[in-house]
Design a protein around this ligand. Structure first.
Ligand SMILES: NC(=O)c1ccc[n+]([C@@H]2O[C@H](COP(=O)([O-])OP(=O)(O)OC[C@H]3O[C@@H](n4cnc5c(N)ncnc54)[C@H](O)[C@@H]3O)[C@@H](O)[C@H]2O)c1
Length: 258
């Protein structure tokens, strides 16, 4: 049986990469999907693809840093589909000039915090009342393996923002555990998406990342989308406050095999 039958799901950053693949997967599993992204064209084309494949979706243009827009995104889910059961707070940025602690400009720090941390907070904040009205729900927030260990290449704002996502999600999970809302994080390793395109196009930086991955390759967006599906669905009904690591073994390794 389809694992998200009868569920309404909002996915942010659904115009590209992991979010786009998750939107398609969630719809194929029976969800009615709100495809939300700051890139209006990308959101529209992702929703059109889902509808073309026989699924149910609407596109919403949202900047996750803007409280009114985030509230409007959740309101669109409720007014179109009658409730809200799943939020996948996936939108995130990884600017090129986010580097070491001495190099990263304060404006970059601020922007990364706004999108990657405040954006997730606003998404949770808007979703909770709608989920309570809908009889409960599942919040899935995207962190990163760098929230668990220092990255080989410094990206100080990104790492700090993802650490915040992990901590915030745990606390949210505890607060709502007896009220029918579960909240979990996913910690992806490096995944081949547009977010990492520039980094992975540089052979030296690519190799520097690859050497730390026991599985010996980068991840694919569908490998994160499937983890999100598990956490979104009732298959994970006793899982809350967890950080699901999907990283090809990076965080397990001290040394990698030859
Ligand atoms: N790709 C990786 O290696 C990797 C690893 C760990 C974590 N992640 C996380 O996974 C998530 C998805 O990343 P991806 O690799 O699919 O990236 P991506 O760049 O392909 O997609 C990110 C999407 O977020 C959207 N977005 C950016 N700012 C936004 C805003 N203010 N409001 C609404 N939407 C906005 C973009 O338009 C884009 O469609 C991010 O949170 C990222 O940090 C990615």
């Amino acid at each position: 049986m389809a694992r998200l039958n009868g569920k309404v799901a909002v996915i942010t950053g659904a115009g590209s990469g992991i979010g786009r693949v998750a939107a398609t997967l969630f719809a194929a599993e029976g969800a009615q999907v709100v495809v939300a992204d700051v890139m209006a064209d990308q959101a529209a084309s992702a929703a059109a693809e889902i509808i073309g494949a026989g699924g149910s979706a609407i596109a919403v243009t949202v900047d996750v840093t803007d409280e009114e827009q985030v509230n409007a995104m959740v309101a669109a889910a409720v007014s179109t589909y009658g409730g809200l059961h799943v939020v996948f707070n996936n939108a995130g940025i990884f600017p090129d000039d986010d580097g070491g602690i001495l190099d990263t400009p304060p404006e970059t720090w601020q922007k990364v915090m706004e999108v990657n941390l405040k954006g997730v907070w606003l998404g949770c904040r808007a979703a909770v009342p709608a989920m309570l009205d809908s009889g409960g729900g599942s919040i899935v927030n995207v962190a990163s393996f760098v929230a668990l260990m220092g990255a080989a290449t410094a990206q100080i704002a990104y790492t700090a923002s993802k650490g915040g996502v992990l901590a915030m999600t745990r606390e949210l999970a505890v607060e709502y555990a007896r009220k029918g809302i579960r909240a979990n994080s996913i910690c992806p390793g490096p995944i081949e998406t547009p977010l990492l395109a520039e980094l992975l196009a540089d052979p030296t930086r690519r190799q520097r990342r690859l050497v730390h991955i026991p599985i010996g390759r980068f991840g694919r967006p569908e490998e994160i989308a499937k983890a999100a599906l598990f956490l979104a669905s009732d298959d994970s009904s006793f899982v809350t406050g967890s950080a699901l690591v999907v990283d090809g073994g990076i965080t397990a390794a001290y040394v990698t095999p030859e």
